[in-house]
Structures are given as C-alpha cells and as structure tokens.
Design a protein around this ligand. Sequence first.
Ligand SMILES: Cc1cn([C@H]2C[C@H](O)[C@@H](COP(=O)(O)OP(=O)(O)O[C@H]3O[C@@H](C)C(=O)[C@@H](O)[C@H]3O)O2)c(=O)[nH]c1=O
Length: 190
Amino acid sequence: MKIIETELKDVYILEPQVFGDNRGWFMESYNQNAMEEAGLHYEFVQDNQSYSTQKGTLRGLHFQKGEHAQAKIVRCNKGAVMDVAVDMREGSPTYKKWVKVELSEENKRQLLIPRGFLHGFVTLTDEVEFLYKADNFYNKESDRNIAWNDEEIGVDWGIDNPILSEKDKNAPKLSESDIDFKYNVIDYKR
Ligand SMILES: Cc1cn([C@H]2C[C@H](O)[C@@H](COP(=O)(O)OP(=O)(O)O[C@H]3O[C@@H](C)C(=O)[C@@H](O)[C@H]3O)O2)c(=O)[nH]c1=O
C-alpha cells in the first residue's frame, strides 16, 4: 500500500497494490500492519456503505461532535466521486483548509480522514457505491452537518445544483454550528 501525503495535515491517500491475473485482480483493501508501520494508529470499529443512484448527488459536509468524532477511511467501490475533507481542528497548521481527491472504482484510491474533519463527496457517475470504515460508532445525537456550499469554507465542488438529502438542504452554516474541534495529537492518533 502506497501512502501519499495531501495538502492537509494528517490526511493521506492510501493506494492499495493491485495484483492482476487472468481471472481479474486481487487487492488488500485494508491492512492494520501497513497502517501501524506508517505510524497511522487507528482502531476501526464500524464499516459503512452507501449507494447513490444519480450523478451529481452530494452527501456532506458531515461530522460527529465531541467524544463521538470519527476518523474515516473512505473509498468508492463502484463509479467515481470527488471526495472532500475539511480541517476543522482549531490550531492546526491547515485549519479551515479543504482538499478534494477523486476516488473511483478505477483508481481504487482511499482517503484517510482523521477526527476533527468535515467529510463529504459528490458523485461523478450514476450508481455509486461508497464504502468506509469509522473508528467510532454512529451516534445520532452527535451527528452534525454544515452546508456544502458554506462561503467561509468555500469548497470548489464543480457543481451548482447537487441532489441533496432534506437534512443537507437545511444544514447550518459554519458560523451557526456548535463545532468545537481542537488540534490535539491524541484526538486523532491513539
Ligand atoms: C451515518 C449513519 C447513518 N445511519 C442512518 C441514519 C439515517 O436514517 C440514514 C441515512 O443517514 P445520512 O442521511 O446521515 O447518510 P449520509 O448522508 O450518507 O451520511 C454519511 O455521509 C458521509 C459523507 C459521511 O462521512 C458519513 O459519516 C455519514 O455522515 O442512515 C446509521 O444508522 N448509521 C450511520 O453510521
């Protein structure tokens, strides 16, 4: 597995090695030892999957507040997405900066997003299957979102009128949010 730095501190692209043969291909989609050797100490406890029917579907920007914050490893199993992470850790050298990475069935790239970040993606194709691991359980009460088009964050999604959930249509702005992440090594590396 190749581990590639991004413009955001602690966010990495993970590129699995793909072994092709006459049948097709094989890859290790996750290997705890490879993560540990790279100094990435996470314990994932929940796997998630979503399906988006149409191109131009946007899910985000999401996070769980406080002690329920989640680190995630995300990937696109079918189709393609533009994936976005936003550093919300006050005091971080990349505070309020965002990064976008294309994740697709074809490139098999994954994105590691620590706790303290917003996460979202927009589908670039129809019929998108999206998979992710989380290092903390879903907690309904701590589930939060911030408007995908918040001007203070200013993500360039490359789309004007995405398909959104009712929840994401009514998301608060960053300035109205109760988000309170602090940059602290132990929060995201345990
Ligand atoms: C995220 C989640 C949702 N649910 C339920 C709640 C709800 O009824 C239904 C759909 O939830 P949502 O509308 O929040 O799904 P979705 O908009 O796909 O939310 C996801 O978006 C991406 C960008 C993320 O990063 C994820 O962490 C998560 O926030 O599934 C769970 O039971 N467990 C979970 O872990």
